[in-house]
Unconditional design. Sequence first.
Length: 582
Amino acid sequence: MDIFNVLSMIGGLCLFLFGMNLMGQALQRRAGGKMHSVLTKMTTNKLAGFLTGCGVTAVIQSSSATTVMVVGFVNSGLMVLKQAVNVIMGANVGTTITGWILSLGGISGDSMWVRLLKPTSFTPILALVGIILYMFTKTHTKKDTGMILLGFATLMFGMETMTSSVSGLANVPEFQQFFIMFKNPILGLLAGALLTAVIQSSSASVGILQALAMTGQVSYGAAIPIVLGDAIGTCVTAMLSSVGAKKEAKRAAVVHLLFNIIGATFWLGIYSIIRAVFMPAILDSSATLVGIAVVNTAFKVLSTMLLLPMSSLLEKLAIKIVPDAKYEEKTVKLDDRLLATPQLALGQARSVTIEMAEKAVFALKNAIGTFTGYSKEKAEQIRNDESICDELEDALGTYLIKLSAEQLGQKESEEATALLKVIGDFERISDHAVNVLESAEELRDKNLTLTEDALKEYDVISNAVKEVLDVTIKAFKNEDTSATVTVEPLEQVIDDLKEKLRTNHILRMQEGKCTAQVGFVWSDILTNLERVSDHCSNIAGCVIDTAEHNLNVHKSLRATRHGNEEYDDLFHKYSEKYSICE
């Protein structure tokens, strides 16, 4: 084996790892937001959780990706630890499908059907279909399908390149001696764990082992401990992903580690006893691609049979290892781990935006009530809610910008853009809540009072603002465009009310019924309430934009006004409902 073979092997390894990563990412995107519903709805019991984890991992071709995803779900409160334990076990079995796909490279025979099963025969066709879908289609799902096929083709070409480049090692005595060393179970276990920890994929390390096995110098005695070690090494990814997470997510990562360490240790002990007592001849025979796939699958299945009935004990042990903190941890609202699956990250961002919206609306309604029922506790609550809205706007803005850097489909990209817009409007609503509160406090501190007529007018406009808030948040939460048609005519009624009430106050001042000092506060109150309705109009426009795949809010709003009979009817209805008695 010369330097050119080494370079060829390195190139093949790079293609193999790149293809596996490419295919896994595309499969995750293709699965989309269905992943969360599948993982949460189908994990009601041990067997269902196991089969779900197994199926999802078989689809996305990575137990590490599934486990990291599960850690992210637990961290974000989308899944509980009890569900995660069984899914993680299933993920370990599901990942073995890769070894079986790669074992097709070992098929031999002159029959046309046998030759068609060899990757070298069908991979070019998959690559051709993949590049056509990726380059000449416009839909996100078709492009992802093309990427999956291209990733698989790259993976198989990398495997073929590795196999060809190491074929010369069959006649190198040093290479044979190197693998004889791994017949020592401890050394083999450590070698497998180290290799997988470095490349962070047990499927990839099994694939590399299968490529080396094509030389005929890798015996089953060396392959078995290495495969067992792979299971331990793959835990590194999940452990790293749990750094900085809350305790439930750390426990999920610990469960993954415990499962693999206990399973590998137990079956390594059984293997060592069988090897020492019976000395089976098969351990000295050359491992085949199919043989390694069988060993990998058998080990994972046997480990699951051993530990699945004891999943509750694993959960308790993880809780012992990661105990409850003295002080409760602050809930992590947005988890960067979910960015690998943009649809899930977008769903989580939307949930947090709804929470922010509810706080902003609650703060504004509370502030409206401070003119008749002021208390220090209520004032503190309003300011606290406004502060939380500020924090959530910053967190959501940062998170959505990160999300926008991911490969999003058109629908997801539009929704992310809409969320970026509305978080600013909800934050401003909470600001106006504080402004209204400060107006109430100014009247109270300066011992000023509104006239009876002004209080009646305030009651009318504040009720109109409460209604537009309720309609807006309902439309946003339910993505209900039919509800948004109510917002624009009501917002126009509030605009007209503000001008009328301001004029009424000037007339009262001219008649000596009110003072200019109260007039300044009254003007601030009306301005803040009217601006709240403006923000509601913007939010309703974003809901319409998202539904109609249009990013021009003003165009959407104009369309609801001009030449719209329904708008006119609603405007007259609300004008009568919130009319001011002369």
